[in-house]
Design a protein around this ligand. Sequence first.
Ligand code: ZN
Length: 419
Amino acid sequence: MPISSTPPDVITLQGGILVLPDRLITGGILEIGGGKIIALGGPGSGGESTDRELRGTIIDVSGRYVCPGFIDLHVHGGGVHGFDWQQPWSEWEQVARVHAAHGVTSLLATVPLPHDVHLLYEFRREVAGKEMTGSTILGLHLEGPYLSPVRRGCWPQSSLRLPRPDDCRALLQAAGPSLKVITLAPELPGAMECISLLKAAGVVVAMGHTDATYEQAVQAARAGVRRVTHLFNAMRGLHHREPGTAGAAMDLPGVMAEIICDGVHVHPAAMRLALRAKGVDGLNLVTDASPLAGAPDTTLEVPFGQFPVKVVNGACRAPDGSLAGSLLTLEQAVANATRFLEVPLWQAVRMASLNPARSLGIDDCKGSLETGKDADITVLDNDFGVEATFIGGRLVYVDPAAAGRYKPLNPPHHQSQQN
Ligand SMILES: [Zn+2]
């Protein structure tokens, strides 16, 4: 599309390594403005920006990886803050700010169902999709209450209940379009009818915290389940005569599997097996971040819903010793994927950007560096640390060590003071 004059907020990231869904482009140019990606290209790439002059505010990102913003569909907290129905919405925004500093431009607040259903209406009004100082909270991922009592992990027994269609209808009414993903156990009585209801309402139904057999998991997929929550964790494992939910997840091509790539939740060999079975498009890196993920001090004990959590033997644990979320942040997951899954960076990034966008059906506007998509950008340094995060074309985070090069854009902490 020809552009006759430079819009006022154009930013050009110059000299970076552009991370596309299928390759890297070195010495690349990425031009953003009006909240969107305007143009991108590089030497020999045939990109449209290479044959015209650089415009707007030019930022040198030579040698850095310019990635599509990461999208985390499974986040409970971060930086000692939590998505907690007992806490004010400002606490939720704090979580979003912490994850923006880890390259996450969009996320789903992952929570159990609140006791007071009116909180769902309030969430829609106050939080979902609003412009924030951190990652965009696209909506909710409800982990519960329809979970298996024998695979509940750290979720309290008292928070679980059986799926009932009238209960689901009330939930859908209250949460509306802010309910994006629900994790449930498909073998529970009433689950199949609820899966159909939720799917018809546009909710992505995931199976997780489930004791489903292989056959039950296959039936669930037929009924509309399209995701598996933290593959291998809190589900029936792979047995050669009863492949379980894990086996079904790897066998079913239409089901995308979340994986917690921290080296604690899943052995790297199991992750590689899953990758071979699912292919790059079938795996989705998530953090399952607990409030202790990205926290400056991990010796603390902090609340996580109804119980406190602390770090024991390098993992975040509930008082009964069970794993309670992770300490992982998504840029670490991407870096880990290059080692544990032995994939090139562009594939690891794709599992943290395009795949979750596809899973939510928002890949028309998010998930990859493409002209016309939202200017959600994560810039990584050579060690895969986050140097800068842009959301909708706004710089929301910059690493203090790199702040000098981003100075023309005003460091974000100044912006947040003005707000
Ligand atoms: Zn979780």
